[in-house]
Design a protein around this ligand. Sequence first.
Ligand SMILES: [Zn+2]
Length: 59
Amino acid sequence: MGPLIFTRHDKAWVTELVPQNATQITEYRVPVMACPQCHHAVRGDHPAVSLDQVGATAH
Ligand SMILES: [Zn+2]
């Protein structure tokens, strides 16, 4: 599989519990790439966004 093709940036949100029952939501911009073989969308990794949160992986 060759290098992914950059498509666009997308937003991802990470919700974290913080003290005093408050909820902190952090927004990230993650790159959305396209597979060079079948052109399906593959969302890039972000160090703060877990893979199961992102829900898309390469082959
Ligand atoms: Zn593919």
